[in-house]
Design a protein around this ligand. Structure first.
Ligand code: R5P
Length: 290
């Protein structure tokens, strides 16, 4: 097995290669003046299982094209198998048609990756697992929520209330609860399909005087976490943490979240950021060995 160090996840790729004691394939890359991407594999992959590590966080389109180009290069240079590890899988939130006339974006991406030469794909906390149903090659979705919860546990933040920002994410809070051994629950969240505006209701949460960790797959604009933090403060929560697998944190999201009363944001290196305090490398290395 050789680990191709995708430009978007070079450090993560290096950690994975080290854990697996696998050879690394450096990648030369650049953007041409008109914006087109260029990549070149700088080591041999002939007759190897080539594993590309490349997240597709913003700018998603550029990183997806780099991924497709790396797959093509691996295939053309004689790789026996091409496996993609894509911690943050872009376009997975458009996994169905919400409004007439839309594209089914995730299926378009999957088909593009197949044509590029990818044989299988590992991702982490994809927004909805069913987004992977119609992929034209085998996929595996792994969860980093227990790893994030472990991070809090090791810091002595045990028995915290694990909160999901909406009912659909309760399985995330439940995974964290198994590690933290506290309570768990969810908020009632709605998002306007046209404006993207998030609204939340208190429900019947009992969080007065408690430490609450909001667990989510993605923090993007921060709208979800800020709305949740506002309610948690009204309910008398003692300390609020926000934790996610993919800290996309667009623009000034981090500042607005901290200003809303959240003590700290903890994410993974799915998206390299200074909030990426937990590495996915051990989890991914284990999956690659299985
Ligand atoms: C949505 O259902 C996701 O699980 C996240 O809650 C959402 O993507 C977060 O986005 P934002 O930070 O923009 O509210």
């Amino acid at each position: 097995m050789k680990i191709i160090l995708g430009p978007a996840s070079k450090q993560l790729g290096e950690k994975i290669a080290q854990l697996l004691n696998a050879q690394k394939v450096p990648v030369a890359f650049k953007s041409f003046p008109d914006g087109e991407s260029y990549i070149r594999l700088e080591a041999d992959v002939r007759n190897e299982e080539a594993v590309i590590i490349q997240t597709t966080s913003p700018p998603q389109d550029q990183k997806l094209i780099q991924l497709a180009l790396m797959a093509d290069a691996a295939r053309r240079n004689g790789a026996e198998k091409v496996k993609a590890v894509v911690p943050y899988l872009a376009y997975a939130r458009q996994d169905k048609i919400f409004l007439q006339g839309e594209a089914l974006s995730i299926e378009t991406i999957a088909n593009m990756l197949k044509v590029a030469g990818i044989d299988s794909l590992i991702t982490v906390n994809v927004h909805q697992e069913k987004a992977l149903n119609n992929f034209p090659f085998p996929t595996k979705n792994i969860s980093a929520i227990p790893t994030l919860a472990e991070y809090f546990r090791h810091r002595g933040i045990q028995r915290a209330f694990a909160l999901a920002p909406d009912e659909g994410a309760i399985h995330i809070a439940e995974q964290a609860q198994q590690v933290l051994k506290g309570e768990c629950g969810y908020m009632e969240k709605q998002r306007d399909r046209y404006t993207g505006q998030v609204s939340m209701e208190k429900g019947s949460l009992d969080v007065r005087g408690k430490t609450v960790i909001i667990f989510d797959d993605i923090i993007s604009t921060g709208g979800t976490i800020i709305a949740a933090a506002k309610i948690l403060k009204e309910l008398g929560t003692k300390t609020i943490y926000a934790s996610c697998v993919h800290p996309i944190l667009i623009g000034d999201a981090e500042k607005r979240i901290l200003d809303s009363g959240v003590a700290e944001i903890v994410g993974t290196d799915s998206v390299p950021d200074h909030a990426s305090k937990v590495s996915l490398a051990p989890l991914i290395a284990k999956e690659l060995l299985s």
